[in-house]
Design a protein around this ligand. Structure first.
Ligand code: AMP
Length: 212
């Protein structure tokens, strides 16, 4: 299954993708995670990306296209993948089409109000990237990851100023993809406010109906 999850920041794309990885055994390809890893390692690419990310701006297309192209060549993508946070512009979608074909694009719909509340409460594991929310998805022990006990942190770009900018960037640069994939006939809408388990089940039903 070659799947992409589309939606505003905080829609729950990463959370649902992580659930689908467990269910289907295909990898989650998150350009955000790949970029954060490059920043943490201090690579040239990471240094270039960091200022864009901290401001809530998009990293230049050629950088993320190069990253995803390399990732898609890896063995574990042979039976499919779940793209999370890529493509985010029409130019990225066109570049992706030259590399591989998507079977379905899931559009997670969530209101601005909900996005802001989710992002301000979001915490991620420093070590494994697992996603929590102080109220909606709390860890068993406060401030610690259920998987490995590592510290949970708030992303710099989850602070309020960056969140507002990310929403604006989403509206201008990423939301046009909804129409793009609608025209391609592969867009499926889901209610991103329905709760993680319900959304995951809805997406799984769509995936199963396509592969079954
Ligand atoms: P995410 O974890 O998907 O919210 O991504 C965090 C940040 O990484 C974004 O705000 C962008 O600065 C950058 N980023 C992630 N994916 C992309 C992409 N496909 N195109 C451009 N920038 C990206």
């Amino acid at each position: 299954m070659q799947l992409m999850i589309l939606g505003p920041p905080g829609a729950g794309k990463g959370t649902v993708a992580q659930k689908l990885v467990a269910r289907y055994g295909i990898p989650q390809l998150s350009t955000g995670d790949l970029l954060r890893a490059a920043v943490a390692e201090g690579t040239d690419l990471g240094k270039k990306a960091k200022s864009f990310m901290d401001a809530g701006e998009l990293v230049p297309d050629e950088v993320v296209i190069g990253l995803i192209e390399e990732r898609l060549k890896q063995e574990d993508c042979r039976n499919g993948f779940i793209l999370d946070g890529f493509p985010r512009t029409i130019a990225q979608a066109e570049a992706l089409e030259k590399i591989t074909k998507l079977q379905v694009v899931i559009n997670m719909k969530v209101s601005d109000h909900e996005v802001i509340s989710r992002l301000s409460g979001r915490r991620i594991c420093k070590k494994c990237g697992a996603i929590y929310h102080v109220e909606n998805i709390p860890p068993k022990e406060e401030g610690k990851c259920d998987n490995d006990g590592a510290e949970l942190i708030q992303r710099d770009d989850d602070k309020e100023e960056a969140v507002r900018n990310r929403l604006e960037v989403y509206r201008k640069q990423t939301a046009p993809l909804i129409e793009y994939y609608e025209k391609a006939g592969i867009l499926r809408n889901v209610d991103g406010e329905a709760g993680v388990d319900k959304v995951t089940q809805e997406v799984a039903d769509i995936v199963d109906s396509l592969s079954g």
